[in-house]
Design a protein around this ligand. Structure first.
Ligand code: KIV
Length: 280
């Protein structure tokens, strides 16, 4: 059964960790649902791991919508959060229109926005309109350039204090969940204990209320880079290349398709078609 926001609140209260994994299409969503993961994130990381862009900045609303629909079809029983792409929530009007589309057309249960106290008015408007919001602070890839690149955040006193304030501000604005990315464990732990809403860490240590990682990273399907916080549970990329090489060789050598993969005709039809001429 699809979990609900009160289920996630309860999980935090009783200390049950929340598992979240990204998925971007019908088969990956099916795998994640079959594995029993609590929540799916249709992350804008799809721009990099599925669409081959250099960053998440190029991802469009139409792409997020397209992938959300596929994920919803693949995982009808799993709570789905979809990332709002860069600039799709730059104003209140844009945010309402685009978040509404992800929920109404895409079938998302909630939307995720990157940013701290500065996006409070947007979070308030969306939650008042009935759209559940997930916050995302720490390393925020859509604005990584402003942060000086893909770096751990909250390492000095001022930035750690700012993250604590951002977490509080987002909770007060109505966010029901908070993603903490690339933050020292101690800071993430303090944010988590100080909030009523659950936190989901990615590179934020064990003291968060749950964890999220990228599908392609844990399965070894993405080879461009691997952040320190990624634990790889399989090496499927080399399995895929090996299987495709075998197929390629068998086509070239005529080993595929063998009889097993071939349709035939009855002798009677062959006789009528070709008469005495031999079919070769
Ligand atoms: O886009 C994404 O996959 C994310 C996770 C890394 C949290 O935002």
């Amino acid at each position: 059964m699809r979990k609900t926001i009160p289920d996630f609140e309860k999980m935090k209260q009783v200390g049950e960790k929340i598992s979240m994994l990204t998925a971007y299409d019908y088969p990956s969503a099916q795998f994640v649902e079959e594995a029993g993961v609590d929540m799916i994130l249709v992350g804008d990381s799809l721009g990099m791991v599925v669409l081959g862009y250099d960053s998440t900045v190029q991802v469009t609303m139409e792409e997020m919508l397209h992938h959300t629909k596929a994920v919803r079809r693949g995982a009808p029983q799993t709570f789905v959060v979809t990332d709002m792409p860069f600039l799709s929530y730059a104003t209140v009007d844009l945010a309402i229109m685009n978040a509404g589309r992800l929920v109404k057309e895409g079938g998302a249960d909630a939307v995720k926005l990157e940013g701290g106290a500065e996006i409070v008015p947007i979070v308030q408007i969306l939650t008042r309109a009935g759209i559940p919001v997930v916050g995302h602070i720490g390393l925020t890839p859509q604005t990584a350039n402003q942060l000086g690149g893909f770096k751990v955040q909250g390492r000095d006193l001022d930035s750690a204090k700012q993250l604590l304030k951002d977490g509080q501000a987002l909770e007060q604005a109505g966010a029901f969940l908070l993603v903490l990315e690339a933050i020292p464990r101690q800071v993430a732990g303090q944010i988590s204990t100080g909030l009523k809403i659950p936190t989901i860490g990615i590179g934020a240590g064990l003291d968060c209320d749950g964890q999220v990682l990228v599908f392609h990273d844990i399965l070894g399907l993405f080879k461009r880079f691997k952040p320190k916080f990624v634990k790889q549970y399989a090496e499927l990329r080399s399995d895929c290349v090996q299987a495709i090489q075998e197929y390629h060789k068998e086509v070239k050598s005529g080993l595929f398709p063998s009889e097993e993969y071939t349709f035939g005709l009855s002798d009677e039809v062959i006789q009528k078609l070709y008469g005495d001429k031999q079919y070769s």
